[in-house]
Design a protein around this ligand. Sequence first.
Ligand SMILES: [Zn+2]
Length: 353
Amino acid sequence: MIFSFFILVVMAGRTNSFHPQRFFVFLFFVLLILFSSHCAFRPSGNLNHYDSYFPHDSKTNPIPKGKVRATFLGTSSILLDDGETQILTDGFFSRPSLWKTAFSKIESDPKTVLSVIERAKINRLGAIFVCHSHYDHVMDAPLVAKLTKAKLFGSSSTLNVGTGAGLPTDQMQKFVTGKPIAIGKFTVTVLESKHTPPFRIFGKTNATDPNHPNIETPLVQPVKAFDYIEGGTFDFFIQHGKNKIFIKSSTNFVEGALDKLQADILFLGIAQLSLQPVLFQDEFYKQNVQTLKPKLMIPIHWDNFFKPLSEPLEPNLQLGDDFDANMKSILKRTEKEKIEVKLLQGFETIDLF
Ligand SMILES: [Zn+2]
C-alpha cells in the first residue's frame, strides 16, 4: 500500500506541466489508497451485533465443586480452574502494538504480564500448554511460568523459547502426543493438529519455511515476530471427572484425528475461517464440531491482539480477517444443529458443565 503510494508520487513528479485530468486521476488514487488503508485498520466486526452471545459475567464466587471455571484472556489464552488447580493455554498477555510488531523486535512486558496474572487471579497454576510457537501464543509463556512456578509444556520450539528466557529445564516438558498428563484433577492429552492456512500481507507470509520448521536454538528476546517459528500445532483434549473440554486454537484440522473423541465444551479458533474456500469451511466444521458434538462452542482467536488486554477486546482487523463472516460461517451451521455458542470478553468467566 505504502509502495503504491510511493509509485504514484513518483509518477506525478514526472509530469513537467500541470494536466488537470492527470491530477484528478492522481488524487482519486491517493484517496482510494487512504480510504482502503483506513478500512484495513478497522475491526472486522461490531461486537454489539453479538451482544446476546456474551454471558456478561465475571464470577468471583468460589467455584462450585465439580465445575470448571474458564476465563478468556484473549487469542487462545484460556485459564481453566476447578478451585484447586489451574491450567492455562498459551498465556499471551503482552500484546505489543501492530506498529511495534511490524517494525521492531518484541519481548514480554513483565509489568503487563504481572497485571494480567493478578487480575485473572492466576495463583495456583499447575501447567501451561502452548499450542504452537508463533509469538501470539508462546511469547509470554516462559515469563508466566517463571512468575507462577507452573510447568511449561510444549513442542521443542516452545521449549527453546523457554530456555532462551532462562526457564530451568526441570520446569519444562516436551509434548508427547496422545499420552495423557495429570495436572491435579485435570487430565490433558496433547494431539497433533494443523496451523491455519498461511496468509500473505504486504508480500510477507507466515507460512513455515519447510527448511526451518522449528526454533532450533534457544530464542533470546527481544526478537522479530517472524523469528517465532510455528514448530508444529497442537490441540488439547482435557478431561475433568466425566466432563471433557477440547481446545483448538488454529483454524484447521487433521482429517479423522478426532473421530474417536467427544467433548462437552469446544473452544474453537475461528481466525480467518471465512477467508478459506467454502469446501474447507464445511470440512473444518465437520471434522471439529460435528465430530466432537459439543453442547457448547466458544469461538476463540477472534480478537485484535495488537490491542492491550486491559481494554475491551475488539474483533481482528480487516487487514487480515473478517470476524463477521467467520461468525456467519459458524452460526449458520451451529444453529441448524442447535449447538449453543457463546463469546467471552477479555477476563470474562464461564462455569462449565
Ligand atoms: Zn500461528
